[in-house]
Design a protein around this ligand. Structure first.
Ligand code: EPU
Length: 385
């Protein structure tokens, strides 16, 4: 076991923020990790599980042992007349995995092409794009309990997936002051918190671990399995994809064509973190009651809104931020991306990067102005540490 002391985390967070960890351990062997977590060395340290670092804002040095997940491997677990069960280990790059499944002739993940990050992080925030969410293709995952070293398996219900949410984003209720709960201390609205707690309670019976402790930073995901049905159906409901169908005169595109279109759309709209530091959407799209939606439309007729199944409406956070005039504005080296107001960027690059403080000052100013104009409190999407 090699423990790196005081390593820089700049290349391990996609904002490119300068910060250091107290110590770092690269996890490439599950059995070795199982042994380590049971040692006094591990037990007396706070720890942080780090995947691709593409959904993380570092507001200072990380006073913890960072577990950098580098577990690699992918395979077909099973095939029958209904579909393919495909597995990837947590350290695999998400986009490479999507590309590989399509190359093998197993469609289903194409709408989620080019989402930055690792496979292990994908269930944590239930990634999604262009009408497909991870939970739509998810089968099960394996994880390691970092408090006991025991391995366990969760199905979709047990993961308590929600919009950019899962059991892995919810912290310990018993130890509110500990590091694990600080990691998950996002400003989550009370109704969502209650929903997650209800799901945790209803799913805990079949699990070998105590879910009341929460799984944020307590479980390290090792493997994720997906079910890709042979009865494949193109998901083309999103306007951007419908435009592509028209442009290419294709009513029935193949999975590979959708994959290429999604890559084009994302490259056009979103900054590539390899060149411009960012964490994708900085805020979640909020949902409001139909009364609140009508009330805003009366004042702002061009409001972008989508009906939800429960009678509420989803609003486009990017539109709300844009309407408040934030596009291109900055605080220090943190800025609002000029092509998409939902994305905050590091405009200083690796040489002169923004600080986490600048990002959060900008984010709070955006929250305040959107709240003052629309009465809506935007909730950050990334993990703020
Ligand atoms: N809009 C504006 N101004 C802006 C940005 C957006 O008016 O500056 C409007 C757009 O014109 C559009 C609407 O807002 O009518 C929605 O924008 P878009 O279709 O680009 O999608 P989004 O809601 O901004 C979400 C996800 C993305 C995902 C896309 C496509 C969230 C928080 N974001 O973005 O996910 O790729 O839909 O499915 O749900 C991510 O999570 O990091 C991410 C990039």
């Amino acid at each position: 076991m090699v423990i790196e002391s005081n390593p820089s985390l700049q290349s391990y967070n996609s904002f490119g923020i300068l910060a250091r960890a107290q110590e770092m351990l690269r996890v490439s062997d599950i059995e070795e990790l199982q042994e380590i977590v049971q040692t006094p060395f591990f037990k007396e340290r706070a720890h942080l599980v780090l995947g691709g670092g593409t959904n993380l804002v570092l507001t200072g040095d990380v006073k913890a042992l960072v577990l950098k997940v580098e577990l690699k491997g992918k395979r077909l677990v099973k095939e029958d007349e209904t579909g393919y069960w495909v597995e990837a280990m947590a350290g695999e790059n998400w986009h490479d995995f999507v590309t590989w499944t399509l190359d093998q002739g197993w469609p289903g993940l194409e709408n989620m092409a080019l989402i930055p990050g690792s496979v292990g992080a994908s269930p944590v925030q239930n990634i999604g794009a262009y009408g497909v969410e991870l939970q739509d293709r998810f089968f099960e995952l394996d994880a390691l309990d970092l408090t006991t070293g025991k391995r366990f398996r969760l199905d979709a219900a047990q993961c308590a997936f929600g919009y950019r949410d899962s059991i892995f984003k919810h912290g310990s209720k018993r130890h509110p002051g500990d590091f694990a709960s600080r990691v998950s201390a996002l400003e989550r609205p009370p109704d969502q918190r209650a929903n997650a707690q209800r799901l945790l309670a209803s799913s805990s019976a079949s699990l070998p671990i105590d879910l009341n402790l929460g799984l944020a930073n307590r479980a390290l995901i090792t493997h994720v399995r997906f079910f890709l049905p042979k009865k494949w159906r193109a998901v083309l409901e999103y306007q951007d994809l419908q435009k592509k169908c028209l442009m290419h005169s294709k009513a029935q595109p193949s999975a590979k064509e959708i994959y290429d279109w999604v890559c084009d759309i994302r490259r056009e709209k979103l900054p590539d973190p390899q060149f411009i530091g960012n964490v994708g959407s900085f805020f979640k799209n909020p949902s409001v009651s139909s009364e609140q939606c009508k009330d805003i439309i009366a004042r702002e007729p061009s409001l972008v809104h989508y009906p939800l199944l429960d009678g509420r409406y989803k609003l486009a956070a990017g539109w709300l931020i844009d309407a408040c005039g934030w596009r291109g504005k900055s605080v220090g080296m943190a800025a609002v991306y000029h092509k998409q107001a939902l994305v905050l960027i590091n405009k200083g690059g690796a040489e002169n990067p923004c600080t986490g403080g600048e990002v959060m000052t900008l984010a709070r100013a955006i929250q305040t102005s959107v709240y003052e104009r629309f009465g809506i409190l935007l909730e950050p999407e990334p993990m703020i540490l």
